[in-house]
Ligand binder design. Structure first.
Ligand SMILES: [Zn+2]
Length: 176
């Protein structure tokens, strides 16, 4: 069901499908996104998207896999880099915020390295950093958020709603 919804929203994002008769779902679990966010990793990489009730913020996703350390982190959508910050051994550690259109932002945390700077324009798939274990993290992974007007929303990637709460296997198609 969620997969179907995701496809509808992808169509809405594309614009053209709207006129082709896409039907709005009656009881959407996930709100439509104005942006088609992509998995923030290299093409073909497989990651576990973990969500849990005690995560802070709760709608954030932790992306996990073996050998996560040092993997490329890519922007989920076009935008501008608005935060590149290092909080040291606490919280997000090294993190980046990319601001997109329509009030959307994506946040990438616990990085081991930055490959961008504030003010840079990015495309979908632009490498912005490397996965790490910085801040309040107990193992290499990517903490990822999608925010709308400052509030963290449930994550949708490649038109697919991530499971809340639990684990979703995602294969990156970014930059393929
Ligand atoms: Zn996290």
């Amino acid at each position: 069901m969620l997969k179907t919804l995701g496809k509808v929203f992808t169509g809405l994002a594309a614009g053209a499908m709207l006129m082709a008769g896409a039907v709005a779902p009656a009881a959407a679990q996930v709100e439509p996104q104005a942006i088609n966010f992509r998995t923030p990793f290299d093409c073909g990489q497989v990651w576990n998207a973990n969500t849990r009730t005690n995560h802070n913020p709760q709608n954030a996703v932790d992306f996990q896999r073996s050998g996560a350390q040092g993997k490329n982190v890519r922007s989920s959508a076009p935008g501008k880099v608005t935060t590149v910050r290092d909080l040291g051994n606490t919280s997000y550690g090294k993190y980046i915020v990319v601001t997109h259109s329509g009030g959307w932002q994506t946040l990438y945390a616990h990085l081991s390295a930055f490959n961008t700077s504030v003010g840079r324009s990015v495309s979908t798939g632009t490498i912005i950093g490397k996965v790490g274990n910085s801040g309040g993290s107990s193992g290499p992974h990517l903490h990822y958020e999608q925010k709308l007007n400052g509030s963290v929303r449930r994550v949708v990637l490649n038109g697919l709603a991530i499971k809340y709460f639990g684990n979703t296997t995602v294969t990156s198609s970014t930059g393929c």
